[in-house]
Ligand binder design. Structure first.
Ligand code: A2P
Length: 329
């Protein structure tokens, strides 16, 4: 079993390496791949030092799996080249997510869709993953009719440049800007670029990807906000069901959902927060309460480490599933 990590030096790539070290998959050979700028440089994995290679060299190695986190343009150009040599690509970018013939996978929800003939598999957007992990089990029982989601997204989702912007602003240093405005002491209702309908791409990803993963009949409307938090996305979510629900049963369903941890006790100020989700693979849910303004409706609060379950962990879990079910190699 040969696995390539494409974008190994990036923010998500670094998390993929950390998750792979923890998961201990039955892999014989790893290849660490980045741009030609990084090719030849050393990179640590477990206790060994590997040499970073470029994309052409990586294709020649014909890996069984390639996990891509090097941006949409690299995925568009290179994923088909890996596919052509028989590699199964797990892609973290948005390049293939809405392709009708590509699976968009959160393993706890829909890994059973995967077949050995699926050679490019899309990893959903970070905000979508943590949302659907909570919606999917509730939809099974009560039928989700409509979701109103407001996100509080960390700057790590915008990459290194954004991390540097916040650091510079904290230290009073003038530097390159990742956002059109200061992020320190601010909230930007603007994640990714704006689309023709007045929503941002991030907001439309939440809508379209949730429908694709769970059920196209679910109505989703989103406001995505960037906040000066270094890591971990939060979401305030209002969920209207087809039928009435039992609050204790909602808690039980979420407690039993694999990959979801309930943190919900107002008596002890227990609720999910990005500081405490950092470096964890689970999705955390709390502040579960009835919406008293409307029938069959619930409010809750979801937090996850966007670089972990929102990206690296989900991708590694897809790889683990493919290996376990012998869909690759
Ligand atoms: P490099 O470090 O050599 O630039 P981030 O999203 O954190 O900026 O990381 C992007 C990742 O994708 C990095 O590992 C980066 O490698 C890699 N990358 C960017 N452009 C390319 C490219 N054209 N070919 C291969 N890897 C790329």
């Amino acid at each position: 079993m040969k696995v390539a990590i494409v974008g190994a030096t990036g923010m998500v790539g670094t998390e993929i390496i950390a998750v792979l070290e923890a998961y201990n998959l039955p892999v014989d050979t790893y290849y660490f791949v980045a741009s030609e700028r990084s090719a030849g440089k050393p990179i640590q994995f477990k206790d060994e030092t590997y040499t970073i290679i470029g994309l052409s060299d990586a294709v020649e190695k014909k890996p069984d799996i390639a996990i891509f986190s090097a941006g949409g343009a690299t995925s568009f150009e290179w994923a088909p080249k890996f596919e052509a040599v028989g590699t199964t690509v797990i892609d973290n970018s948005s390049a293939f997510r809405m392709d009708e013939d590509k699976c968009l996978v959160v393993p706890e929800i829909n890994a059973d869709l995967l077949k050995s003939t699926d050679k490019i598999i899309a990893n959903p957007n970070c905000s979508t993953i943590q949302l659907v992990m909570v919606l999917a089990p509730l939809h099974k029982k009560y039928g989700v009719k409509r979701v109103v989601v407001s996100t509080y997204q960390s700057i790590s989702g915008s990459g290194m440049k954004a991390m540097r912007q916040l650091e510079n602003e904290k230290n009073g240093v003038k530097g390159e800007m990742a956002y059109p405005y200061p992020i320190e002491g601010n909230c930007l209702p603007h994640c990714d670029s704006f689309t023709e309908n007045g929503y941002t791409k991030e907001e439309m990803k939440l809508t379209n990807e949730t429908k694709k993963i769970i059920d196209p009949s679910i109505n989703v409307t989103a406001t995505a906000v960037r906040v000066p938090v270094s890591g971990g996305h939060s979401e305030a979510v209002n969920i209207e069901f087809e039928s009435d629900f039992d609050l204790a049963d909602v808690r039980k369903i979420l407690h039993e959902m694999q990959g979801v941890t309930l943190k919900d006790n107002i008596d002890t100020n227990t609720y999910p927060m990005p500081l405490y989700a950092k470096g964890k693979d689970d999705v955390f849910v709390g502040r579960i309460r009835r919406d008293e303004s409307q029938a069959n409706t619930l409010n809750l609060w979801i937090v996850a480490d966007n670089l972990r379950k929102g990206a690296a962990t989900n991708a590694v879990q897809i790889a683990a599933y493919l290996i376990d079910k012998k869909l690759v190699g």
